[in-house]
Design a protein around this ligand. Structure first.
Ligand SMILES: C[S@@+](CC[C@H](N)C(=O)[O-])C[C@H]1O[C@@H](n2cnc3c(N)ncnc32)[C@H](O)[C@@H]1O
Length: 456
């Protein structure tokens, strides 16, 4: 395993496909390789990543020739992961489509008096988003002229009739936040320097060359099956066939106030994966509760840990600290509840997961300690180990993956890999379990149709 800084970085040799679109702190592909090797997985095995994000586990599994299944609740990340697993386009076909689209986008800009060069005259009129979409954007996350260029490009992609629109759209998503837009990630999403103009078509066209080259280079690699379902991992058995999984390699959210919907907001809106506030709320409801802005009336995942003394003690400590510090904002009042909902949601996930695991399945959960709630230390891996053990899993151990400085406390926080094994000793598992059925939405994503509503 690489050491020091390398643990956090994408190695140059790992860039193909992984770098098409990823979260800043997605775990690196070498972590997946290490555990595939340690678990001794063979070519017949199937890996599950129930919180697959942008698809690091799945893409790496595919490169290693191992079958994989991913679940992801956010439409943008699920779309990115699914596209990163589609290696069917020929590089030359993508290059041709990219050339034609860039030409049309340039022509459209010039027709309105503009050019794809910073400092050139601005075209008029500028394209804008419908108000209900504009309202979803983080304020100033994209300036008017770059937004116009992004919309011209998006429209040209949509009207191109390309056989591979997903790759063309993903390359736009890749360039939107930090190249075309004003965002920066440190690792939380925030505003960087405001760009009044940017050569957006040029940046996208360059990115398409990278996609095309990667696809050319990947021709020799086998085609292990890989799929992504847009669904809720707390109800994993609704999306994955019974006893089909040999191994889980994943990194769920941590209880740390991170809002994944904000991190992907700009590209979700511009690609049309997020239409208005109602859709945003529906998406947030499908996520594990890990921040106080995403808690809803009627949330009851905390019932799953009502009899778990460590989680109850943690929630009580957070609330006690809030009272002592005299913190009274609506969000701060919610902190102890988010912690209980988070661990309850993970308990629900572990409970549902049991049905899809083969006996002896091996699991690796990358999770971080947190101190985001009034500096109360949350030992995430230890608490999850206790929860998993009560649900019949064997706790195999814990590896230290990396340490991070906590912004609030300036102390070091561990990111660890919790290792579990499914013993299949749970006599009370409800049966029978039917295989799930799927529909495809307008973006070609698989969606599972059945939801599990099992009480704790
Ligand atoms: C730490 S990130 C995973 C990053 C991933 N390893 C990658 O390669 O990008 C956690 C992911 O879990 C997703 N998530 C949160 N709640 C979920 C749920 N209930 N079901 C499925 N995915 C969920 C988030 O949207 C986020 O993409």
């Amino acid at each position: 395993m690489p050491s020091g800084r390398e643990r956090n970085q994408l190695l140059a040799s790992d860039r193909p496909v992984h770098d098409w679109y990823r979260f800043v702190l997605s775990f690196p592909p070498h972590l997946v390789r290490d555990y595939v090797e340690r678990f001794g997985l063979d070519a017949g095995a199937t890996i599950l990543d129930p919180f697959c994000g942008t698809g690091t586990t799945l893409v790496e599994a595919r490169k290693l020739g191992v079958a994989s299944v991913g679940i992801e609740a956010l439409p943008m990340s699920a779309f990115a992961a699914a596209t990163k697993l589609d290696w069917s386009p020929q590089g030359d076909a993508l290059r041709r489509d990219a050339d034609t689209i860039a030409e049309r986008a340039h022509a459209r800009l010039e027709r309105d008096g503009g050019r794809d060069e910073p400092g050139a005259a601005a075209p008029s009129p500028l394209l804008t988003l419908p108000p209900e979409q504009q309202r979803l954007l983080l304020h100033n996350s994209i300036s008017p002229l770059p937004l116009h260029k992004a919309l011209v490009l998006r429209n040209a992609i949509e009207q191109s009739g390309s056989a591979h629109p997903a790759h063309l759209r993903l390359a736009l998503a890749r360039e939107l936040p930090t190249t075309i837009g004003n965002l920066r990630f440190g690792p939380e999403v925030g505003l960087g320097a405001k760009k009044e103009d940017i050569a957006a078509i040029f940046a996208w066209h360059n990115r398409m060359q990278v996609f095309a080259r990667d696809l050319d280079d990947l021709r020799e690699i086998g085609d292990a099956p890989a799929s992504v379902v847009q669904a809720d991992a707390r109800d994993v058995a609704a999306s994955v066939p019974e006893r089909s999984i040999d191994c889980v390699i994943t990194s769920p959210p941590y209880p740390n106030e991170k809002d994944y919907t904000r991190a992907v907001r700009l590209e979700s809106v511009i690609l049309g994966l997020l239409a208005d506030n109602n859709e945003l709320r529906a998406i947030k409801r499908g996520l594990l509760r890990s921040n106080s802005r995403g808690v809803y009336k009627g949330d009851d995942d905390d019932a799953w840990v009502a009899a778990h003394p460590e989680v109850q003690a943690l929630a009580a400590q957070i609330e006690q600290t809030r009272l002592e510090l005299g913190k009274t904002s609506g969000f701060e009042r919610m902190y102890h509840r988010v912690a209980a909902l988070y661990f309850g949601g993970m308990a629900r996930h572990f409970a549902s997961l049991r049905r899809v695991l083969k006996p002896g399945a091996q699991l690796a959960y990358v999770v971080g300690d947190q101190a985001s709630y009034l500096r109360v230390m949350i030992r995430t891996a230890d608490l999850l180990a206790g929860i998993a053990e009560r649900l019949g899993y064997e706790v195999v151990g814990k590896d230290l993956f990396r340490t991070r400085a906590a912004t609030a406390t300036r102390s070091e926080l561990n990111e660890e890999v919790l290792l579990l094994r499914w013993r299949d000793c749970e006599p009370s598992l409800p049966t029978p379990h039917r295989c799930p059925s799927y529909t495809r939405d307008q973006h070609g994503m698989q969606r599972s149709q059945r939801r599990e509503a099992a009480p704790p």
